[in-house]
Write a protein that binds this ligand. Structure first.
Ligand code: MG
Length: 168
């Protein structure tokens, strides 16, 4: 595994950036809970030159608003089949599978996980997703799993210490 080549982080949303809970609201747009530590880590990753994409099977205003706040490079919502979108992101990024870390928790994530250079499952992913991944986070989806992966990647790339200093 060549961690130095990982530049693009592709994330599922429900169950990865959130704990998978969707609170049904009157307007029909489900409310989500995002983790602030994941948000800080994503900013750090971007400051280190990393790119971020989200591919959500659902989406909604809460998801696009959070993606806006975080300055996510590629936002794809309402996606029933994730692999074509995964391939489109790689084409736009001008990179290959080896440059991609993909984080997922559930069955729709299996096709992109099978392609990504670094396939990752969150701690509470379904068992088949964990088996398809080369790393399973200690933290659960929506509870800092994304931050954990970013720290791991930046440490492996020898960028972590310098990245922390650049925050101040
Ligand atoms: Mg999910």
């Amino acid at each position: 595994m060549n961690f130095a080549s990982i530049d693009v982080l592709i994330l599922d949303v429900d169950g990865v950036l959130t704990d998978g809970t969707i609170v049904t609201t009157a307007d029909g747009d489900g409310a989500r809970r995002f983790n602030v530590q994941d948000g800080c880590a994503l900013k750090l990753w971007q400051r280190c030159g990393g790119k971020v994409a989200i591919i959500s099977g659902r989406g909604g205003e809460a998801v696009t608003r959070r993606a806006d706040e975080l300055g996510i490079d590629w936002v794809h919502t309402g996606i029933s089949e994730k692999l074509p979108v995964y391939e489109a992101i790689l084409a736009e990024a001008g990179c290959t599978d080896e440059a991609v870390a993909y984080l997922g928790d559930d069955l729709p994530d299996l096709p992109p996980l099978a392609r990504a250079g670094f396939p990752v499952a969150v701690a509470d992913a379904v068992p088949v997703v964990k088996r398809a991944s080369s790393y399973v986070t200690r933290r659960r989806g929506g509870c800092g799993a994304v931050a954990e992966v970013i720290e791991l990647l930046l440490r492996k790339k020898k960028r972590w210490s310098r990245a922390l200093l650049s925050q101040v």
